[in-house]
Design a binder for this molecule. Structure first.
Ligand code: PLP
Length: 444
């Protein structure tokens, strides 16, 4: 890391900032900070270099502080800081949308913009409801998610999410929701490489659900093509195709939440392309600006767009939008990120590195109490036997060893999560695996 990276000193009093999704009281007793970043690395205030194995929070796909993205944001901030997209326009939002639909799957020619992944998901769910209503099927109101799904923290997204502890504090949420079973099947699929061979029939549970709730009341099924925060669960072979078929049989929209998988994570622009299944709506965020400026989006298929565009021309097609939809700084960052992805061939790089990544991760199989290793594209997970102690504590201990060894990974429950910037090289893959290996050996 060059000397230019400054060292910021955190304040003594950490009380005021109530950190999101964090055990605040615990964190503030033993805080940990990053104060600068570049490429694959974070820097701590005391000047340590830490290899970022999760791209911040699954988002910094082009690597940290990429000079082209930094410069684009800097220039835009001094030129047009803010302009609304409600009834007026600024060119960047249109340029950006054109560029995103260029790399989208066929049949997606429109992009709605939001400020985050949660907003993108809530938007997509609302679009599904509005689409059916526009076609005279307003009775289609049920939304189907999946166990172990993470769709952000808005009321809609949380209602279709399937991670119990994240919902428990908030009561009933949206009433007309149901959940498919998750696809994690250790008995048959442990240590699968890529998409597991078993489990296409988990999709048939959708028929079972529909039997119970009446298919003509269902608006949409939403799934992450690869469940991320639920533990990196690649879809069983044929599973997404089967979901698509069942949705088609019953006139139900299929939404892919690609907040994690969008923008190259699986070696193609979107998982829909990497896995060869076409949804009706695609949500994205994170890699859209390479994590630099908050932004989310919904790619809208022609089917949904045309269905929503039948009303009078003077009336908004959607009574929906955010102050920060199409924010100029986010669009500038997004355009620069797309340039970097293209010019540096980062999606292709992810595809090329995926088998090397897979071999490296699976090399950890015999070390310590490993229960499962999963991978797809540049996503990975190491599931650890939680032992007799508190759930998640062993994975946490392993992540701490990694940090001591200069590698930042994330422990989610008993699973170590990996999702590095797409600029990673083979040496750095080795460094990540070595650090995890030390952590696992210490648990053994
Ligand atoms: N959807 C998925 C699949 C996610 O992984 C996330 C965040 O991790 C979200 C939605 C929510 O995104 P955000 O945190 O930007 O609101």
């Amino acid at each position: 890391m060059p000397d230019a990276i400054s060292i910021d000193v955190p304040p003594n009093d950490l009380e005021a900032f109530w950190m999101p999704m964090t055990a605040n009281r615990r964190f503030k007793k033993t805080p940990m900070f990053f104060s600068a970043a570049e490429g694959m690395y974070y820097a701590t205030p005391d000047g340590r270099r830490v290899l970022d194995a999760i791209a911040g929070l699954w988002c910094v796909n082009a690597g940290h502080c990429h000079p082209r993205i930094v410069e684009a944001i800097r220039a835009q901030a001094g030129k047009l800081d803010y302009a609304s997209s409600f009834g007026v326009g600024h060119p960047l939002a249109f340029h950006f949308a054109n560029r995103v639909v260029e790399i989208a799957p066929p049949g997606f020619r429109h992009l709605f913009l939001a400020g985050s992944g949660s907003e993108a998901v809530d938007s997509a769910l609302k679009f599904a409801l509005a689409y059916h209503r526009a076609r005279g099927e307003g009775h289609r109101q049920r939304l189907i998610g999946r166990q172990r799904a993470y769709h952000g923290v808005g009321f809609g997204g949380l209602s279709v999410s399937g991670i119990g502890w994240q919902r428990a504090q908030f009561g009933a949420l949206l009433p007309a929701t149901s959940h498919l079973p998750h696809t994690h099947d250790l008995a048959r699929n442990a240590f699968s490489r890529g998409q597991p061979a078993h489990g296409v029939e988990f999709a048939d549970a959708l028929e079972g659900l529909l039997f119970a709730v009446d298919p003509s009341t269902v608006a949409a099924v939403i799934v992450e093509p690869v469940a991320g925060a639920g533990g990196v669960l690649p879809p069983p072979q044929g599973y997404l195709q089967r979901l698509r078929e069942i949705c088609d049989r019953h006139g139900i929209l299929l939404i892919f939440d690609e907040v994690v998988t969008g923008f190259g994570r699986l070696g193609a622009p979107f998982a829909a392309q990497a896995l060869g299944v076409g949804p009706d709506l695609i949500t994205c965020a994170k890699g859209m600006t390479s994590g630099t400026v908050p932004m989310g989006g919904v790619l809208i298929s022609d089917r949904v767009h045309d269905g929503l565009s039948q009303g009078p021309e003077a009336v908004p097609e959607l009574a929906h939008g955010y102050t920060y939809s199409g924010h100029p700084l986010a669009c500038a960052a997004g355009l620069a990120a797309l340039d970097v992805y293209r010019d540096e061939g980062l999606f292709e790089r992810a595809a090329r590195l995926a088998p090397i990544w897979e071999d490296a991760l699976h090399g950890l199989r015999t070390l310590g109490p490993v229960r499962d290793i999963r991978n797809l594209g540049l996503l990975g997970a190491i599931e650890i036997d939680g032992g007799d102690g508190a759930p998640g504590e062993r994975a946490r201990a392993c992540a701490e060893v990694c940090l001591e060894r200069g590698v930042f990974i994330r422990a989610l429950g008993d699973t170590l999560i990996l999702s590095p910037p797409l600029v990673i090289d083979e040496g750095q893959i080795g460094q990540i695996v070595d650090a995890i290996g030390s952590g696992l050996r210490r648990l053994a």
